[in-house]
Write a protein that binds this ligand. Structure first.
Ligand code: SF4
Ligand code: SF4
Length: 61
């Protein structure tokens, strides 16, 4: 299961640093919108969670 993104927590007003730290390229961002995750590529490593100040990423159970 990939991480999920809680869009309401993301102010959607800046380039997402999590996109750059994702080791598998699973995250993408359209402009400054909340990022989206490619479920096929996500390995649940948690790197994106560590850099998001708003806790917008939720690890799957
Ligand atoms: S780091 Fe968090 S708050 Fe910032 S754009 Fe990414 S998901 Fe949104
Ligand atoms: S959990 Fe890891 S692989 Fe999945 S989106 Fe976050 S950084 Fe990328």
């Amino acid at each position: 299961m990939p991480v999920t993104i809680i869009e309401s927590r993301c102010p959607q007003n800046h380039p997402c640093p999590s996109v750059k730290v994702c080791p598998t390229g699973a995250l993408s961002q359209d402009g400054n919108k909340a990022p989206t995750v490619d479920a096929e590529k996500c390995t649940d490593c948690g790197a994106c969670m560590d850099v998001c100040p708003m806790c917008a990423f939720k690890m799957s159970e």
